[in-house]
Each structure stands twice: as C-alpha cells, then as structure tokens.
Design a protein around this ligand. Structure first.
Ligand code: DON
Length: 550
C-alpha cells in the first residue's frame, strides 16, 4: 500500500468517525406556544422517544392546555424529516357531504353573516385525530396510551391558567355563552384569574377513548355518536358517512431551492408552500443583502413580491382533488423572473379598501427535533379562537369553524379578508384552502430551520420573513423574533405593520393605507455551531423552548 492510499484510508476513517459522532451529539429541541405542552414533549424525548412520539404527545396536550387552537375537533398539516427525506400528512378538515356551494347565502344571494363562523354549519369533518394516529402508526416508537396519558392527566386534574389564558378565556365569554356545553367548561362566574384550575372532565374521557380505541373512537365510536347527536339536534348537517369516510392524505412535500437551501412545506390544500417558494424565487432576483432590513426600499420590495403571490393564491389555489392547480408553473424560476421584471422597487398602487379582518392568532405551530435528526413541523387549528365556540355535547371537544376558509361567494372576503374564486368554492368532502405553512429548511440534506406560525392569512408572510431574516441576514432566532414584521395580501390593499421608523411610516403613508397589528407567532428551531437552538416567539407570553442534551 503506498503512502497516498494510507492517507486516503485514514482520512476516510476520520471523516466517517466525525460525521457519526456529529450525529450522536445532536441535541433534541421542543418548541411550542405553551410551557406545559413543551414539558410534555421534552419528557418524551428524555425517556428515549423520537420526535414523532414527542409531537403526538404535544399535540394531544395542546388540545387540553391551549383550547383556543390546540384541538381534537379541527385539522392541520405536519411536515416531517426522517432518513434524509421529507414527508407530509394533510389532516385538514373536509366539507360535510351535505354541504353545497351556496350554503351560506340567503335567497338574494347575500352571505348570511356568522353562519360559517359561529354555528353548527361552521365545521368541517375534523382531521386531527386521524392525522395524529397516522403519524403514530407510521413513525412512533411508544404506545398511543403512553403518549396521550399526559393530556388525560392535564384534562382530568386540571392545569393552572396563565395570566394570558385567564384573560383570553374572559375575552371570549360572550362566544362561549352561546353554547351551553362551552359555557359550562370555559366560563367562570366573576371571570377567570391567573392560577385558576381549568378542569375538562369530558375531554379527559374522550382522550381516554382515543388512547384505548385509536381512530375508531373518533370516527366510528362513542365520540362520533355524541358529535352526530348534538349536530342533529341543532340543525347541523354532519352524517355518519362524513366521519366513516374521512381520510388523511400523504402528499408529496412541496420543495424549492433557495440559494444553498432547500425549502419544504405543504402543497395545496395549503397555499403556504406555493406562496413561500414563489416569493423566495422572486426575491432571488434582487440583491436583498444590499438593502437595509426594514428600510423603505426593503418594505416596498417585500410588499410588491407579496402582492403577486396573494393575487395568484386567490385565483389558482384550492383543494388539488377538485381543481387543477398549475403548481409547477407557479413555483418555476422562469415565472418568478417574469414577475421580478415587473417589480419596480418603488411603485404606487391604487387603494381599494376591503374588509378589515379581525385579529386572531389562534392557530398553533410547534417544532420538534430529536437527537437522531428526525424533525417535525406541525401547524393545526380550529380556525378562529376556540373555533365555532361549540363543544359537542358530552365530548369536551371544541369544534372548528374551518368552513369559513372556503370562498362563500366569488370575491367575498373571509375572516382574514382573503378572497377566493372557483378553485376554493364549497364542495362535499373538499378541504378549504389554508394558509398554514409548516416549513422545514434543509442544507446539505440536514435540517437547518424548522418553523411555522399562526395568523390566518398572515402566516405565509410571517414565515417568509423568518426565512429571509435567518437565511439572508443571518440573524439568530431571537434577533429575528425581535424584528418587526409587515404583511400585505393584495386585497384588501392595506399594508399591515408591527412598527416602523416614523420617517418610513410617513413615506409609506403617501402611497398606502397602513394599519398596525401584531403579526404571527413563530416557533422555530435552528441549526447553529453549538447544536440545535429553539426559540418561542416573544409575541406569545406562554411559549417555551426546551433543549435536551443526552
Ligand atoms: O387554515 C388557515 O389558513 C386558517 N384557518 C388558519 C387560522 C389561523 O391561523 C388563526 N389564527 N390566526
């Protein structure tokens, strides 16, 4: 053997040893919007569970400790990384079989206010239980009983409300009072206070049934019967078949290259993946690093990029099983180039005020990575805070109002001011178009950034700015969280902002309608030179990131 060969062999041994030890040195991280759910997820990792075990336990725990968004009666999307590959589960709600295009219109063809938000007609068939059980079946290493047990304890014995939660429950008392079951659980005489115990006995029973009987308990069992009975008694349109025929979809993740990174998220029925990849593709045509972050030019550029993505969203996106979506065209680099050519950094646009949407940050995202590098990015929701505000009698389960995400009438804005068309009209068993954007960014096929946010239509832009802050401006997660965000969605023609320098605001005011509001609530994990770090957005007081070193 000559000297060169020995050198090559030694180098190879050294390289393999290094990469193996790197793998085993990786730490776990759990980031959620509620410290109790983060504790549950971290404990599972400490006991040797993987990121999928941890995610299932967290999702069930959030259904108890974060009832405004964590749920059994809603739906969502999970994007995950395992063995160098990205997978997704679409467990979005589906329109009831008896639903139809004009179901929210009166005889004059006008939308009946509130029907798609706070009534027994507001809910789609929930997908959360099916989604979590599928994840369990495919990827978990621990039993379902073990993973649901912490949620059952939290529901049965109760947990102490944080200041934020006590106030939040009080804020929605009027909504709960419209439904006896919800009132019983979520309204307290004289109002809730910090450290009051929220006990949810019926929810504990439902969770126990799921722990024992799995998906059957929710889709063909005791819980199903109770939901169907309650809906029947109150002029809902759910039938048994809605639950029996509910199916999750394992969709190919939508991935795009951005500089040296791979950005992966959900394909339709979420608009998040397409919009974020489309916006990054457009952005690639500009020298963003030479612009000052949140300067006037920077905001003009972002605003213009956002307007193209949201305009396309309103026309082309919906449930892929019902509408032919030009996905490849929308995320092609050529299309992005064409759009980029149209963008002049400073342009004015005609203001056409639309509906001002309500502020609601009641969806929830969590990010989890384990020591093997398995990563989970999950966003799920009831839609607006506490969904329809209806608890199906005897189940403790709050039902979603996701039907509002459909386009009820062409051009009619939903809760988030989003307009839609044919692509997103109501059809039986179809999923409404979503903005939820769970993202995993990889570099050299290793998870680099795991992120996502609530915020309805603003989710896409919050996640987009998190990606730019970190990949282009090389900010830490904390720095990025501290940066003010903007949001523009083409219609209504309003720039939403958290805060901006007074001179910039003054300039923008010449051309645009502006409105101040909080934007997003990011829960991210980032690979750093010191291992994986998590950060729970400072916009939500109860969030917690836990790092586990084993
Ligand atoms: O799927 C969607 O896009 C919405 N239903 C998400 C709702 C949401 O983020 C509520 N929080 N603001």
């Amino acid at each position: 053997m000559n000297f060169l060969k020995i050198k090559i062999i030694l180098f190879t041994i050294f390289f393999v040893a290094c990469s193996e030890s790197n793998n085993s040195r990786d730490n776990g991280v759990v980031v959620t919007r509620h410290y109790l759910a983060s504790d549950v997820g971290a404990k599972i990792l400490e006991e040797g569970g993987n990121a999928f075990d941890s995610s299932i336990a967290v999702a069930f725990a959030l259904a108890v400790v974060n009832p405004s968004a964590g749920n059994l009666g809603g739906g969502g999307f999970v994007v995950y990384f395992k063995n160098n590959k990205i997978f997704t589960i679409d467990y979005r709600e589906k329109a009831p079989i008896k639903s139809f295009k004009d179901m929210y219109l009166n005889s004059e063809g006008n939308v009946i206010k509130g029907l798609s938000l706070e009534s027994y007609l507001a809910s789609g068939t929930p997908g959360t239980v099916a989604g979590l059980i599928q994840l369990h079946k495919d990827e978990a290493s621990m039993s379902l009983e073990k993973l649901i047990a912490p949620a059952i304890v939290l529901a049965n014995e109760g947990f102490k409300l944080s200041e934020f939660q006590a106030q939040n429950l009080n804020k929605y008392a009027k909504k709960f009072k419209k439904n006896k079951e919800a009132e019983k659980i979520f309204v307290k005489e004289g109002g809730w206070q910090k450290d009051d115990l929220l006990i949810q006995k019926d929810l504990a029973k439902s969770l126990s049934l799921i722990a024992t009987n799995g998906s059957k308990a929710f889709y063909d069992g005791d819980i199903t019967k109770k939901i169907l009975n309650d809906f029947k008694e109150n002029e809902g349109i759910f039938i048994k078949e809605d639950f029996l025929s509910y199916e999750i979809r394992k969709l190919e993740p939508l991935c795009g290259a951005y500089k040296s990174y791979q950005i992966c998220s959900m394909p339709p029925p979420s608009s998040g993946g397409i919009a974020i990849i489309q916006m990054l593709n457009i952005l690639e045509n500009f020298d963003i690093k030479n612009l000052t972050h949140n300067s006037l030019e920077y905001i003009y550029l972002l605003k213009n990029i956002m307007s193209f993505a949201y305009a396309d969203r309103s026309v082309f996106l919906g449930d892929p099983d019902y509408f032919n979506i030009p996905v490849n065209e929308l995320i092609s680099k050529d299309y992005a180039k064409k759009i980029a050519k149209k963008i002049k950094i400073k342009e004015t646009s005609q203001v056409q005020p639309g509906m001002l949407f309500k502020e609601s940050d009641e969806t929830t995202h969590f990010s989890i990575i384990d020591k093997w590098g398995n990563s989970v990015s999950n966003t799920y929701t009831l839609n607006s805070a506490y969904g329809s505000g209806i608890v199906a009698k005897g189940t403790g389960i709050l039902m979603n109002n996701e039907m509002d995400d459909f386009s009820q009438k062409p051009g009619y804005p939903n809760l988030y001011g989003l307009v839609g068309s044919e692509a997103n009209k109501i059809e039986p068993k179809k999923s409404p178009l979503s903005s939820m954007s769970p993202v995993i960014v990889t570099k050299d096929n290793i998870p680099y950034l795991i992120t996502g946010s609530p915020g309805g239509s603003t989710i896409i832009n919050s996640v987009f700015q998190e990606i730019i802050n970190i990949l282009d401006f090389e900010m830490s997660l904390e720095e990025s969280s501290n940066k003010n965000r903007i949001h523009y969605q083409w219609q209504p023609d309003i720039i939403f902002y958290e805060d901006l320098r007074p001179d910039i605001l003054k300039e923008l005011e010449y051309d645009f309608t502006l409105r101040k509001r909080k934007l997003g609530e990011i829960q991210s994990i980032l690979k750093t030179s010191e291992g994986y770090k998590g950060y729970s957005d400072l916009r939500r007081p109860d969030g917690k990131s836990i790092e586990i070193h084993q």
